[in-house]
Design a protein. Structure first.
Length: 234
């Protein structure tokens, strides 16, 4: 979708919806079609935001070739691109001070593991953490992650530059580009505690976690006091 397109009003499109389910009443259908119009508007807004993101001017040049330890040995920052022009890096809350990794990060990476081969058709993609690579690989095997690429930021130089100046154990999602021989920062998720609305956990926009998007389709929603765990008792 481009910004110069003339689109039919969302309510008009919603009124054309022919979907009906057994035993629904008119009250439900009116409310559902009103919601459908809002969903159409939401979809359009997501497209507008994505278009604005793609149009960002060049970000700051990455002048240091950061070094990492991977499952197959040392790797440079440039190596992580894997021949692509774009690189996506997720910083995982699994620093050496943790006995076990962050359950929220783990839930997200579990979902991304299933999509990683698809993502890598379009961009380089890896997960970075501060723990030694041996710890990361051991947990990868425990979770059954097959395709996600893990790297240890042994020195912490990358983490201090693009995640936390104080080397705090916190998550981050960064995108970098390689154009005309220069690597630049493109975009990072910048929604945090200071930008959260009242009564709402900080979340990205778009929200990267399929878990929350699925729960948002239920009458109970995300809930205010539930978070994923590393293990569940059946």
């Amino acid at each position: 979708m481009t910004s110069n397109q003339t689109l039919a009003p969302a309510k008009e499109l919603a009124s054309k919806n022919q979907t009906r389910f057994p035993n629904e009443n008119e009250e439900y259908r009116r409310a559902r079609n009103a919601l459908l119009a809002e969903e159409i508007e939401l979809r359009r807004h997501i497209e507008r935001v994505a278009e604005l993101r793609r149009a960002l001017p060049p970000g700051g040049e990455v002048k240091e070739n950061y070094r990492f330890e991977g499952e197959n040995g040392p790797a440079s920052f440039a190596d992580l691109f894997g021949g692509k022009q774009t690189l996506i890096l997720y910083s995982y809350m699994f620093g050496p001070q943790r006995q076990r990794p962050c359950p929220m990060c783990t839930a997200l990476i579990s979902a991304l593991n299933g999509e990683s081969l698809d993502i890598e058709q379009r961009a380089g993609f890896a997960v970075i953490a501060r723990s030694p690579i041996e710890r990361l690989v051991a947990f990868k095997k425990e979770r059954g992650w097959r395709d996600i690429k893990l790297y240890s930021d042994v020195s912490g130089d990358y983490t201090r530059a693009y995640v936390s100046e104080d080397d705090d154990d916190m998550p981050a999602y960064n995108v970098f580009t390689r154009r005309d021989g220069k690597i630049r920062h493109f975009w990072s998720g910048e929604l945090g505690m200071e930008t959260a609305d009242p009564g709402q956990d900080p979340r990205g926009a778009p929200d990267l976690m399929p878990l929350w998007n699925v729960l948002d389709t239920t009458p109970e929603g995300r809930g205010a006091d539930w978070y994923p765990k590393l293990e569940y008792t059946k």
